[in-house]
Design a protein around this ligand. Sequence first.
Ligand code: TXA
Ligand code: MG
Length: 318
Amino acid sequence: MAITGTDINVAKEFLLKGELVAIPTETVYGLAGNALNYSAVLSIFEVKNRPAFDPLIIHTDSLEKVQRYVSDFPEKALLLAKHFWPGPLTLLLPKKQTIPDLVTSGLDSVAVRIPNHPLLLGLLQTIPFPLAAPSANPFGYISPTNAAHVNAQLGEKIPYILDGGESEVGIESTIVGFENDEPVVYRLGGLAVEEIEAIVGKVRLMPHSSSNPKAPGMLKSHYAPRKPLYLDQRETFPEIEEKLTGYLLFNQYLENIDPQYQRILSKNGDMKEAAHNLFAYLRELDILPIQQIRAEFVPMTGLGLAINDRLQRAAAKE
Ligand code: TXA
Ligand code: MG
């Protein structure tokens, strides 16, 4: 097991040596290393068992530092940055040479984000480099939203987990890139599309199409639990199950089913609460003595788009 603690100086010492540390963010926990150190970045891919064609997000704590790593900042990107950073927004911007090609899988844009977590911001202020950090889960599994989740899966492989409590948002950042300076959403996430559109007007949505060369890592089978997950409207759930089944539901229990096998994302139907609970509940269901999981779609408003996106990817058979 990794040491779990709240000391940013301990985290800093490991990072300065080129070692990896798990970090808390408001979205999900990250597996972090010095983004400017080739061998640290390489070990991120190894520890996660992540293919080298799936690029990483870099994290830092100020707009001024972001400018050191990107060669262009379209006007609408700057507007979004000013409104939503620190926060669950990642921007794809043309990279400067200072960022190793390994970080971006050879692409000429780099994904950057200023996360909104006090402990992590404290750490980022004291280190002289940005942190490359994918979500701290083995490639393809559900992202972790607390230190225990990280320890359960990567604890043997990293020296330290910086424990910042539960991730408040609970799903990964929204990724926005630019085509002819116009914003395009490449991954739905913790910042709702409506909030983005309130600042920059209508945006194009291009989440995880497999023909999308900009997002080589946005594979369909991401975020999957180990148990098979079937996604549908609850009205179509079979009356009688042949297999032991657990349920992931939006705001209401199913009658006639033991509540122990049900998880309700938000009793009040609050999308933020639902997103916050999504991955943690998927993990809980995954370790129950059941054979399969049934999940229902949530309404398509606010973070509901991102929640349904994650459920769809979790349900992918391939
Ligand atoms: O909320 C988050 O974004 C979390 C926390 C830790 O910050 N991080 C995260 O990283 O979700 P990861 O590696 O699990 O997902 C990053 C996604 C990948 O699907 C990758 O393909 C995409 O971002 N990405 C990264 N750099 C890119 C680039 N230069 N061009 C296109 N897509 C990129
Ligand atoms: Mg991930």
